[in-house]
Design a protein around this ligand. Structure first.
Ligand SMILES: Nc1ncnc2c1ncn2[C@@H]1O[C@H](COP(=O)(O)OP(=O)(O)OP(=O)(O)O)[C@@H](O)[C@H]1O
Ligand SMILES: [Mg+2]
Length: 307
């Protein structure tokens, strides 16, 4: 199947910053892909090169089988995008804003009504854009991106800075879209939950490079992959006098709390409990959870995704 996006050996620098440092990937029709990475990872720079807004220093990008140069009009008709920061005309209403953008694509008002329903802004259709909440503005930006029935939707941080409710509203719009259409989606985010909820594939980037890519279960080594044990103690531990063990505990909170990765929970959890008791520690709480993308990112970089 022909890829909808091909990124081949792409580099981009600004003065002394190497923002994108040799990136290759492909996206297949109908796929949803997250570019997941912390601040400054190079997500926006990469997206803007895919969107034809910035030019790579080296490498090639094909969007729907075409390069940007010489194909600008065709590509603009077929993609929908929302930038990291959207500026609207504050003195237009929601409906007027959509009508204006619809006119660029020669779309009629029926399409505007469909979009207002899709983004759930019927109650606000006559409100000035200036009076919308952050989540409503972001829904409007997604609505504009969807007006022309794009084959490919590119969203740069669609939910950053929104509260959990507003974020979930956007997720449900995008999940509905995914069920109802063959639109391919690429979005950037630093929320691992967003990547997990919305995307079939995840590309983790940092310092302009891809650290890992794959499906969620490939990245997290599937269901029977390692588990994280998080525990707290009745009193902080004197960790330097411990009996030797194979557990690599990450201590936190003045050594009153810690976590450890167990690859085989059935055999290792009893051993871990024994280790606690040999060292005369008293457990206050103990929780077992699956590995997350955040754990994976910490393993690879020593930093958290949202730092
Ligand atoms: N126009 C520019 N001029 C100079 N440096 C830039 C420019 N655009 C981006 N950079 C630098 O390139 C690097 C990557 O920036 P980019 O905006 O692509 O990151 P990002 O992953 O989108 O981050 P965020 O999550 O904060 O949006 C950063 O170090 C940034 O300071
Ligand atoms: Mg960005």
């Amino acid at each position: 199947m022909n890829p909808v996006i091909e990124v081949k050996g792409v580099y981009k620098s600004f003065k002394n910053v190497q923002a994108v440092n040799g990136v290759d990937f492909e996206i297949i029709k109908g796929q949803s892909v997250a570019l997941l990475g912390p601040n400054g990872a190079g997500k926006t720079t990469l997206m803007e090169m895919i969107e034809g807004i910035q030019k790579p220093d080296a490498g090639e990008i094909f969007v729907l089988g075409r390069k940007w140069k010489g194909n600008e009009d065709t590509l603009h008709q077929q993609i929908g995008l929302s930038l990291q920061e959207t500026h609207f005309l504050d003195r237009l209403s929601v409906r007027e804003t959509l009508v204006l953008f619809a006119s660029f694509y020669c779309l009629d008002r029926r399409r505007v009504d469909e979009i207002i329903q899709l983004i759930d802004l019927a109650e606000k259709s006559r409100s000035y854009v200036a009076n919308l909440s952050g989540g409503q503005r972001q829904r409007l930006a997604i609505g504009i991106a969807l007006l022309n029935h794009p084959k490919l939707l590119l969203l740069d941080e669609p939910t950053t800075g929104l509260d959990p409710n507003a974020r979930r509203e956007i997720w449900s719009i995008l999940l509905r879209l995914k069920q109802q259409s063959q639109t391919s989606l690429i979005l950037t985010t630093h929320y691992m939950e967003e990547a997990e909820q919305l995307c079939d594939r995840i590309i983790i980037i940092d310092h302009g490079r891809i650290l890992k890519k794959g499906t969620l279960s490939q990245l997290l080594e599937a269901e029977n992959g390692p588990k994280i044990i998080e525990f707290s103690l009745e009193a902080p531990a004197e960790t330097n006098g411990f009996a030797p063990s194979r557990f690599q505990i990450q201590w936190a909170a003045g050594q009153g709390k810690g976590s450890v990765i167990l690859s085989d929970i059935e055999t290792e959890l009893p051993e871990f409990i024994e280790f606690i008791s040999i060292n005369k520690l008293r457990l206050k709480t103990l929780e077992c959870r699956r590995k997350t993308l955040d754990d994976l990112f910490i393993e690879m970089t020593g930093r958290r995704l949202d730092d």
